[in-house]
Each structure stands twice: as structure tokens, then as C-alpha cells.
Design a protein around this ligand. Sequence first.
Ligand code: HEM
Length: 472
Amino acid sequence: RHMDQMTASLPALPTLPLIGNGSLFLGDTQQILKNLWTLADLAFKHKNSAKLWLGPKLYVAIGDPEDAQVVLENCLDKDVVYRFLRPWLGHGLFVAPVNLWKAHRKVLLPVFHNKIVEEYLGVIAEQADVLVERLNERVDAKQFDVLKYITACTLDIVFETAMGERMDVQHSPDTPYLRARHTVMEILNMRLFKVWLQPDCIFNLTPYAKQQRDNIDLTHKFTDEVVQKKRLEYERKKGDLKGQNDGKLRAVLDLLFGREIEFTDEQLREHIDSITIAGNDTTALVIAYTLVLLGIHQDAQERVLQEQESIFGSSTRGSTKEDLQQMHYLERVIKESMRLYTVVPIIARNIDRDIYLPTCGVTVPAGAGAVIGAFAIHQSAAWGPKPEVFDPDRFLPERSQNRHPAAFLPFSYGSRNCIGRNFGMLIMKSIISTVVRSYKIEADEIGPLKVEMLLFPINGHQIKISRRTLLK
Ligand code: HEM
């Protein structure tokens, strides 16, 4: 009651007894996205925020950059909804409680510094070449879903750079480990949107609980073995190679030994699993959306190609960091793709103390949750008229300078934003550069979308490709 009073000026959709607005999350994943848009439209008609009750818990849905900024800068604790990830990711960075997160993020931050991730460009270039080779089977054929090709490629990149292990998913996509990962993700997704499966006491009675446990065990065992192997290597080298680089790739895991916090093997596993899970599907999806958008907008594809030719001539070699720095237009295209198709559409935080939101003029009470609608903010008034139009030049510096800094948050915002965002940009630019130099892409509209943990097109990322004649 007290919470309801404090937030009385916020608009709300009608509630039902007990479940409140829980019905927003009933139905298929396409319907759920439509419901989220209904909520966003309601917020836009008021001061860009609305409230909803999920069972006994109050949430404030935020569609305003200023209010999003206040929450993301001040409330670093993740919402309880992320608890489903705990059995899998433990206290890895993604779901770690705030105190532990602060200490660990400080140690992990330098590992994702540009200077380090740039060392991974060789791995990225190699895997991009394999991707181009694999796509060859689709040349001049009918439309196909490009996401599965891209996902295999980003998995190879993220695994090798995070763990130092070459998985070769692009050539052998069907392994027990990958199957287990997939099953766990499917169960987590299902639980997120089937509210009746959320209480542990009910979930544990279903066969999914055992299936989840068995598959999580299998993935843990896999990462544990890699961690143990790397620890042995680290101990062996510690004595004779102080500070020297033996020329081998320094994967994220290698860099987590001997730091100011001595991570246990379990903590290492939790961090590495979090990184490979947070870093893969996100990156793959943005690449796939961008390729489809380039297929739809031939003028943009032509501009990307011209920029590529000005950097590479007719070469199909991989990108260096200097090359990537010159891909200004491609960077704008990728940003526009992330704005229109925000692959992490919602960010949910726990409000751990009363917090005043300046735009909606409401103090949100401690104990409530905040749902930042990144997908809605990306199409809000902050983007001027026609936010639905694909226009990469919105990101030109002169057109960006008056925009609110939190109007664009594909990687979230504030100190708990995406730690891998620079690495992600590096991968995305590199891969798209290689694909566009090799193939001309054609595509139709993306069509209806659905929200699972991430945002997917119902009909997949359909494209048609033909080989570019100019390039060898
Ligand atoms: C286009 C690619 C990517 C997108 C759109 C993306 C998006 C995000 C977002 C929105 C968050 C915050 C999630 C939340 O609070 O609910 C996040 C966190 C995170 N991301 Fe990314 N990400 C991308 C790539 C990567 C890559 C390449 C890595 C690592 C290899 C990575 C690792 C992480 C980690 C570890 C976190 C948790 C950070 C923390 O809580 O301190 N991400 N990402």
C-alpha cells in the first residue's frame, strides 16, 4: 500500500488479483513483446514511466534516458529475476551480488582493455575466414537463416579468447558440451516467461529441474577441466617465465591467475562461464541483424563497401586495429542496428534504497524493482521524429552531441555496463567487414520479433548472398 501511494502518479495497466500484471508475461514470446510495447506506449503518454505489479512486487518500467541513467548509476544490484541464472553462473560477474561484484569487476576490467582485446584480432580474422568459407555453400541459392553460421563463428572466437581452447564449432557444431549449454538456455528461457514455473517448489517437481541440473553439471565439468589445466600451466610457468610472454595467445582465463584477488577454481569457472554466455549470442545476434539490414538497405551496403575498399583495396585479409579505426560508417551502421534491434531489450535492477527519478517526478521506494526498457528508450522522443527509420548517420558526432548519454544503451550504462563492449565492437566490425567484402547481401524485411532472454526475429535472419566479382 505504502509503495502504491508513493508511486500513485505513475500510470498503470489494469491488474488482476494475486498476479497483478503477471498476465503481461503470459502467451507466446511474440505476444509478450507486444505487451511490453503496450506498457511502453502507456509510459510515453505520461512522463515516460509506468508501474506494474508482478505478484506482490512493484516494478517501475522506465522509458526515459534521464531516469534510466539515475537507476543505472545508483542501483547496481541485479533484480531477483536473474536468480534463475545462479545455479549456472554462481557469483560470476553477470549475476554477482554488489559487494563481490565491485571487487571482482576491478580485477576483470583491465583484462578487457583495448590493448588486450586487440591481441585477439588474429583469432577473429581466422574464424572470419572459416565463416566466409562455410557461407560459400549458400552462394546464389535461396534465402537462409544466417544466424546459425554467425553463432558458430562467435562461439569459436569467444571460447578461444576466453579460455584459450580451440573448439572448432564451425566445423563440429554438435558436441555434448554445446548441446548441454543449449538445453540449459532453453529451460532458463522457458522459466523466465512461464511464471508458474518460477517458484522453486513448483519447478523442482517438474522433469526440467533434473534436466537442468544434469546439463549444468556437464557444462561445469567442461569448464572445470579447462581451469585445472590452465592452473597447472600457470604454476609451471610461474617460476621460469616471470612477466615474459612466450608468444602464445593470452586468453582471459590466463590473465586471471596471479591477480590482486587469488580466484579459486570455482570462481574462475563462474567468471569464464559468465563471459562465454554473455558474450556470444549477443554479438552473434547484432552481426546477424546488421547483415539483414545491409541486405535491405542496398545504399548503406554500398557505402560500407566503399569504405571497405578504401581501407583494403581488393584484399580479403583480416582487419588490423588501424583498419577498424577507419570503419566509421560501418560503426554507425552497427550502432543503428543495435538501436533498432536492441538484443538485450530489458535491464532489470533491484532498488535497494528510495530513489528519486527526476523526469517522472516520483521517488521509487526501496524494495521495488526497475525495468529499464532499452528497446523503448531507443525509439523514444530522444531520437527525434521517425525513430523507426534506419538512418546510421544519426550517430554522426554532430547529430549526437545534444543527445542524452543514456539514450543509447545497448550495452547498458554506468559502472555495471557490459565489460565486453569494446571487444564486442571489435568482433562485430571485423566479421561484418570480411563478410561484406566477400559477398553481396540481399534481404527482405525482418518481420515480427519475439523476446526470449534476447530479441529474435520469428522468421530468423534470412538473407541471400552472391559472390562479389571485384574481389578475389
Ligand atoms: C553486441 C554485443 C554485446 C551486447 C549487446 C552486450 C550487452 C550487455 C548488456 C546489456 C549487459 C548488462 C546486462 C544487464 O545488466 O542485464 C552486459 C553485461 C555483460 N557483458 Fe555484454 N554484451 C555484448 C558483448 C559482450 C562480450 C563480447 C562479452 C565478453 C566476451 C560480454 C560480457 C559481459 C559481461 C561479463 C557482463 C556482466 C558485466 C557486469 O555485471 O559487470 N558482453 N552486456
